[in-house]
Design a protein. Sequence first.
Length: 116
Amino acid sequence: MTQEQIIEGNKLIANFMHSKGEVQAYCWYEGNPSTSTYIMYTEHSAKFHKSWDWLMPVVKKIEDMRFTFCITKDASFIRREHDYWETTTTKTGSKIEIVWELVVEFIKWRNQQKHE
């Protein structure tokens, strides 16, 4: 992945997580939400592509939308009973890279569905 692809993917993820339309700066918290420290970040400083602490809340949000998230050695997919979407990966990379790419592809698909 190029740095440009990472920045664009992180921007898509951040907008998906905040669901308020496109924004230029985002807020992220560390620790317990009631006692957390808030951190301002931009798509250039986001860490969705390299931190499970950043990426897993995205996976949880997808699962909360009643999608099943599955990652295996040979294929990765996200599926819901009436909305089926799947991507197969032959990529050899770290698990977090594969999950990040799947999340980005899912968000692109979802954004396209909203505009149809």
